[in-house]
Ligand binder design. Structure first.
Ligand code: S3P
Length: 428
């Protein structure tokens, strides 16, 4: 049980958050399939990124640490070899779905497995397009669930109209497309994070993007490079919300990635009345970055409809906390996808916030939250979900009795130093 006490003073200070988890996975993948050496700076120390690193080590790629950098000695697709054992993706959906795209075109059989949470998450969404490209993928009991067996094959490019906006599915198809004969085109219903597309270009490849249509040719050669990973906006979000809900707080989160396909949380917090300033905007290895200054003050409830879903998908739990302290009602809709994350985040956040005394209504595709000035506090479950644990910790800062969180250690998935940093900005 982790105890978070209510704070006595506003939050103050300057912090940096771990490197972006999504970009980290991709840097390791592209470094491994490119030709030549890549050096990756600021890879998060979280377990998820380590799963991807270990998977490529298990496939024979030489990857090692040199000071703060992760060095990868890539020798192209052909240098990947069949792993001796099942590749363990742990809790990481991105590892499993992107690896499915990598392995679909490799001439060997691989097993991908994960923890209990990952075994519950839908894999049919990658099985379907990758099978159409020519690979053979089998999920447990034919239900599209992990463990997955992947029999790689010679692939052919497809045109794929994605039924849901998912950067993981898009990336899996593009990774397979790089190994396929001909052109692969993906069309998304809403633009999802574009780190894969940016990275293919950064590693010397070509991708054509027309709105939500993305195409590439198979057989391109990619070249190793240095990548500096920006701070993860999805990790920064907990601190942005914490400062926003605690009156008179003022914090700066340094070096945060503000890619337009990821910055929904900034726009939504501003719509709720929060004061967020972007300072020192700059580009780092093809990704926009800024220092974000937040000052705390009153928030108001708003409607968060379908238009922001893809750009905000991982930030709904933190935003639910902001809504619980806002004046009026916040209506979140069109986010049924939250039910298929590391936990069912609609269930987890509804239960957790209610246990602290918040007024939350669960909806099939979202939540309706009536804000209150103060919550009473209590004991909550993390559901083993890192983002639920961190959201509840932030809520506890403003709840009269604080919060007790079970299994709070799961923050290690993306943010092992979370509680230390929280301590740093909470003045005694
Ligand atoms: C991710 C895509 C999103 C996001 C996940 C990371 C990625 O998942 O929720 O945390 O790195 O591509 P979906 O593709 O399922 O939307």
């Amino acid at each position: 049980m982790k105890q978070i006490d209510p704070i006595k003073k506003p939050l103050r200070g300057e912090i940096s958050v771990p490197g972006d988890k999504s970009i980290g996975h991709r840097a390791v993948i592209f470094g491994s399939i490119a030709h030549g050496q890549s050096r990756v700076g600021n890879l998060s120390g979280g377990e998820d990124n380590q799963r991807t690193v270990q998977a490529f080590k298990d496939m024979g790629v030489k990857i090692w640490r040199e000071g703060q950098c992760l060095c990868i000695d890539g020798h192209g697709w052909g240098a990947l070899s069949a792993p001796k054992n099942t590749l363990d993706c742990g809790n990481s959906g991105t590892t499993m779905r992107l690896l499915a795209g990598v392995l679909a075109g490799r001439p060997f059989t691989t097993l991908l497995d994960g923890d209990a949470s990952l075994r519950r998450r839908p894999m049919q969404r990658v099985i379907e397009p990758l099978s159409r490209m020519g690979a053979r993928l089998t999920g447990r009991e034919g239900k599209g669930l992990a463990p997955l067996e992947i029999n790689g094959a010679k692939l052919t490019g497809i045109e794929y109209h994605m039924p849901i906006a998912s950067a993981q599915v898009k990336s899996a198809v593009l990774l397979a497309g790089l190994q396929a004969e001909g052109v692969t085109t993906v069309e998304e219903p809403q633009s999802s994070r574009d780190h894969t597309e940016l990275m293919i270009k950064g590693f010397g490849g070509e991708v054509t993007i027309h709105g939500r249509r993305i195409s590439l040719h198979g057989g391109q050669k990619l070249y190793g490079r240095n990548v500096e990973i920006p701070g993860d906006i999805s990790s920064a979000a907990f601190f942005l919300v914490a400062a926003a809900i605690i009156p008179d707080s003022e914090i700066i989160v340094r070096g945060v990635g503000i890619n337009p396909t990821r910055n929904g949380v900034i726009e939504i917090l501003r719509r709720m009345g929060a004061n967020l300033e972007l300072l020192a905007e700059r580009m780092e290895t093809g990704e926009p970055v800024a220092d974000i200054k937040v000052t705390g003050g009153p928030l108001r409830g708003i409607e968060i409809g379908t238009e922001s879903v893809a750009r905000t998908i991982d930030e709904y739990p933190a935003l639910a906390v902001a809504a619980a302290f806002a004046e009026g009602i916040t209506d979140m809709s069109g986010v049924k996808e939250l039910r298929y994350k590391e936990s069912d985040r609609i269930v987890a956040m509804t239960e957790g916030l209610r246990r602290l005394g918040a007024d939350v209504e669960e909806r099939e595709d979202g939540m309706r939250i009536r804000g209150r000035r103060q919550l009473q506090g209590g004991s909550v479950r993390s559901f083993g979900d890192h983002r639920v644990a961190m959201s509840m910790a932030i809520a506890g800062l403003r709840a009269d009795g604080g919060v007790k969180i079970d299994d709070a250690q799961c923050v290690d998935i993306s943010f092992p130093a979370f509680f230390d940093l929280l301590g740093k900005i909470c003045l005694p």
